[in-house]
Design a protein around this ligand. Structure first.
Ligand code: PAF
Length: 279
């Protein structure tokens, strides 16, 4: 595997490649990321990964400085997966001058749920991704469903800018007890790690009730948040939304069995976890 840090080196490595499959990451790679690399291999060749902790998508009180950086271990894992090029720019390589041109995602998609709690988050994500796409020029790019709203925002961006990159969704990779794998899981204490799968269980309970015909989504969301709070979480949102645009379903859409997704974000101690489940 070639590890390159500058955009110029990256372009030299990828010159003439028309079927590149790209997996952007912020590093601290776990089995979930590695499953994305394997999916990438099925959709293109060569596979290119990036590791870049993107300051633009972190709020002033978020964990940019403490975000786990495990570069050496990450390189070994990617090498084992047969990744062809790893693009690992420094901040200076990525943003040699202040990034003043930025992507402005639509409010109705980017200022709800995650975007409401993390103002500017999707603005930072889309800006870095448009730049990464411009550097890698991938035929396909792989995104995990764990970050469901991110996937939707990126899909819309690719469509509206007519990017020549197909966005492919990968299923969430879970530990045996159901916890969605996330780099932030490493922040959890032993006790918190034991409690953490209950976020997914909460989503499963909601999905089960809805599949059984229960339709009072307001009550389901409220009850789920209360239950999480009782277990020691600080819930941010538990929201049942339409898969299509992440807006709340109307009574008519519920009756017509519109495809839904239940999304949740909650803090366990200082660690904010997110998860979702399609219904
Ligand atoms: O999901 C992530 O790890 C990041 O948001 C991404 C897509 C690599 C952009 O920085």
């Amino acid at each position: 595997m070639k590890v390159v840090t500058t955009i110029e080196e990256l372009r030299n490595q990828l010159r003439g490649q028309l079927r590149t499959a790209f997996v952007p990451t912020m590093g601290n790679l776990h089995d979930g990321h590695l499953s994305l690399m394997r999916l990438a291999k099925k959709h293109g060749d060569p596979v290119v990964a990036s590791i870049f902790v993107n300051r633009l998508q972190f709020g002033p009180n978020e964990d940019f400085d403490t975000y786990p950086r495990t570069f050496k271990a990450d390189v070994e894992k990617l090498e084992k997966e047969g990744v062809y090029v790893l693009f690992a720019p420094t901040e200076k390589d990525m943003y040699p001058v202040p990034q003043e041109f930025r992507v402005q995602p639509p409010q109705e998609l980017a200022d709800i749920l995650e975007g409401k709690s993390r103002p500017g988050f999707f603005h930072g994500v889309t800006t870095v991704l448009l730049k990464l796409f411009s550097c890698v020029n991938p035929a396909v790019a792989i995104f995990g469903k764990k970050d469901y709203q991110q996937l939707m925002v990126v899909r819309n961006m690719a469509q509206q800018f007519a990017l020549p990159t197909k966005i492919i969704a990968a299923e969430t990779w879970r530990a045996d007890d159901g916890l969605a794998l996330s780099s932030r899981n490493t922040y959890l204490s032993k006790e918190q790690r034991q409690e953490a799968p209950n976020l997914y269980k909460t989503l499963q309970n909601i999905a089960e009730k809805m599949r059984g015909g229960y339709q009072d989504i307001y009550k389901l969301e409220k009850h789920a948040k209360e239950e999480l709070a009782q277990r020691g979480w600080v819930p941010d949102y538990v929201s049942i939304r339409k898969q299509f645009n992440l807006q709340p379903p109307t009574a008519g859409e519920l009756a017509e069995k519109e495809p839904l997704v239940v999304l949740a974000a909650a803090k366990l101690g200082e660690t904010r976890l997110i998860d979702n489940l399609e219904i």
